[in-house]
Every structure is written in structure tokens, then in C-alpha cells.
Ligand binder design. Sequence first.
Ligand code: XIL
Length: 352
Amino acid sequence: MKLTNIVTLLTLLLMAAPLASAEPSGPLPLRELADRRGFDIGASVVALPLREEPKYAEVLAREYNLLTVANSLKFSMVHPERDRYDFADADFIVNFGLQHGLRVRGHTLLWHKMEPGWLKNGQFTRDESIAILGDHIKTVVERYRGRIYAWDVVNEAIEDSGGWRDSTWFRAVGSDYVDLAFRMAHEADPDALLFYNDFGAEGMNAKSDAVYEMVRGMLERGVPIHGVGLQMHVQLGAAAWADDLARNIRRLNALGLEVQITEFDVRLPMPPPPDSYKSQANIHRKMLRACLDAPNCTAFITWGFTDKHSWIPRFFGGFGAALPFDEQYNPKPAYEAMSQELGREEVRFEVY
Ligand code: XIL
């Protein structure tokens, strides 16, 4: 081969190299598709992998335009001793989100789990408890004023039967604690959207009826509440009640409330049976569609995004693989379904 030809060949190879090594131009990331329709697609985030696994941070920033602080703002994490707050992990997650243009949700100010010993075992009077509540909410919410745009103020206050759940706050203050917490949060950040969040209240049942009645009462009393968070930790078979979800979202819309799907995951029995990834994808599709089709459903958030860091295997023995990315961060059929739904043209039927 002549020298000039070799030089030409080498030049061509060098020019082609960056092209060959670039990412294949595949479908758009979820966040891009969501942005185009003014919708929020999110995932909850834990501090350790965000600090230590570049891939975790990369996929999060690429695919999502919203994150929820999964654990680092829970009472025991952020307020471990009566006179000491620890914001290190929460700050890290919130700052990451804002630096990458994600909206940030705060989870959660009050919950019957993950309470520090000093609170759980303290024998406080009603007034002392209200003072503790006020200090906690003011300190945490004010710190993130203008940065955390929405809060799960109260988490899981209602039993499946529809009654009040027994908890530290319920015992010390009475059912008024819910109204009080929302009023305090509103005072600490008047611009933040305030949500009541629960599980098992997604479809039409005794629990969602009770949640509906509770928030209706709050609105009547002038309590600042803006939305209901539906957690949606579900299993195979959930596609059957997608219509019930739509009905529930509609009745909350009639009250003027937003809805967000706040903790979506679809746990599979392990090892996953044949076709279960397809059924899982179908549940993602139907539930996301129900949300997208409702004018008041403003965000669809999964509880984590990779099966590598999911709460399911630890909390539901024999189950796993609940999220849209596998343990190697490869997108699963559930991811494809979400991508297709977000990319779907909005069809509006006009009635003449
Ligand atoms: C879970 C976390 O994922 C776990 O890491 C933690 O140990 C316990 O809490 N409903 C909620 C979430 O509102 O806060 C829970 O998160 C899952 C159920």
C-alpha cells in the first residue's frame, strides 16, 4: 500500500474513532420526554450510592427531572437527638438534585416509623409534644425553603380499615396533629406544596375513602393541604384496578387537590416467573397512563430506580426486581413501557 494511502486511511480512522465510541443515539431519556409534556418523572434517592457509585448518579441525572429524598429527612436520620439535627446526607442529595436541574421532594416530616429513641420513649405532655413538633417542622422546612418544592408532611396516618393509626403523635396530641403539622409546614415555607402520603389508598376502598374524608375535612377547616401522595407499592395483578386509580384521582381533583404517585414499585416473586417482566411493564404502562391522563396528577415517582438499591428484598421476603432498571443499571421492559407512555402523543377528543 502506498504511503499516502496509509496516511489517508489513518486519518479516516482517527476521524471515525470519536463517532464509534460515542453513545448510540437511542431513544430519549425519560426526563426529556417528561419535560416535553410538562410532567415530572422521578425516583427516590438514598445517600450512600449517590456518594459512591458514579453510575447511580449518572442514571439519576440523565433519566429523571425530580427526586425524592428517600430516608435522609426522616425523623431519626435528621433529628437524632433532641437538641441535634444532622443534615449532611439530606443536604448532599438536595444539592445534587438542584445542581442537575431536578425538582426535589421532601419525605417525610411525620411518620410512625424511624423515630429516634428520645422521641419514641420520651414521656412528653401534649404541650411539650406540640412544641417538639413545631421545632422540628420549622427547623427542617425552613432550611430547605425555596429548594424543596413539595413535602410529604404526614405519612401513613390511617389504617387499612380507615381508622386512625396509633402513633407517637396520635397518642400525644390526638388526631389534631395532622392539621397542626400542615399549618406549621405552611408557616415555615408558604410556597411549598404540602402532601398527605399513604399506601393502599390508591384504588377505591375503605382506606382511600378515609383519606378522602380526612383531606376534605382539612380543606373545609382551611388547613393548607395541596395534594395526596399515593405510594403504590404493588404486585403482579395490579393492572386490574388501574380504572379505580383513575376514579380516585378524579374525586381528589374535584376537591381541587393534586395527586402524585410517590413510591411506585411492582415487586416480583423471586426468581421472576416467565413473562413476569412483561406483566410488570404492563402495570407501569397502565398506572403511568392513568396519571398522565388526569389533569391533577403531576408526578410519577418510583421508590428507587435500580434493583440494586431497592427496599423490596429486605421488607418482602421472596420478592424483588421491582424497579425499571436491573442491578446492572440496564433498562428493563418496565422502563420501555414508561418511555413509550411518556412519548405517546396526547390525544384529546373534542365533543361537538
Ligand atoms: C423505606 C426505605 O426504602 C427503607 O430503606 C427504610 O429502611 C424504611 O423505609 N413507605 C414509605 C417509605 O413511605 O418511607 C418507606 O421507605 C417504604 C414504605
